[in-house]
Design a protein. Structure first.
Length: 185
């Protein structure tokens, strides 16, 4: 069975059949947000790689930005050569993830939520950010439009992981609303 159809059924989401270069997707309404799950083929010359994305268009109240990603070899080298990151005061989390933000107080407040930290930690790979690029790699969004986004190499074929990501996004959206980072549309 199609993983996206199954996921849509489980979450009361809307399944959208893909066409040409666009994959099937699932759109889930949460409060006034639309959380979209899909696969994206990232092309680099003649090579391509399949990615799974989760994207939510958001309205920022201020210019708060962040990026959270798992430490990898390249990222460790970046750190050695001076790439700055924020430590939030949870040693295991700080050791595992690189956190960048233009507002240290707000990112620490967001990540103070243990459920958010646990769901991030449970993912095998993590790339979460507020982006001004449509779908992370597409054209730049119009001024004052942003997306809370997540991506990972490969296709996620596990409903448990998709459900954890959905829960993670709901928690992040709620927390960002609480600390006046985003507005309900």
């Amino acid at each position: 069975m199609n993983i996206w159809k199954e996921f849509a059924n489980q979450t009361n989401g809307t399944f959208k059949e893909g066409y040409s270069w666009q994959s099937d997707s699932v759109e889930i309404e949460y409060k006034n947000w639309k959380i979209v799950f899909d696969n994206y083929t990232l092309w680099s010359g003649k090579y391509s790689t399949e990615m799974t994305r989760v994207i939510v268009p958001i309205i920022l109240q201020d210019n708060f930005r962040f990026e959270i990603y798992k430490e990898g070899f390249i990222r460790k080298i970046e750190k050695i050569f001076g790439a700055q990151d924020i430590e939030i005061g949870y040693a295991d989390f700080d050791k595992t993830f690189t956190i960048k933000s233009n507002n240290e107080f707000k990112i620490k407040t967001l990540l103070r939520n243990s459920e958010i930290r646990n769901l991030i930690t449970s993912q095998k790979d993590v790339n979460i950010q507020i982006s001004d690029q449509k779908g992370i790699w597409e054209e730049e969004l119009p001024e004052n439009e942003f997306e809370l986004s997540y991506f990972i190499d490969g296709e996620i074929r596990d409903l448990n992981i998709l459900n954890e990501l959905l829960e993670l996004f709901k928690l992040i959206l709620d927390e960002m609303l609480q600390i006046n980072v985003i507005a309900l549309k």
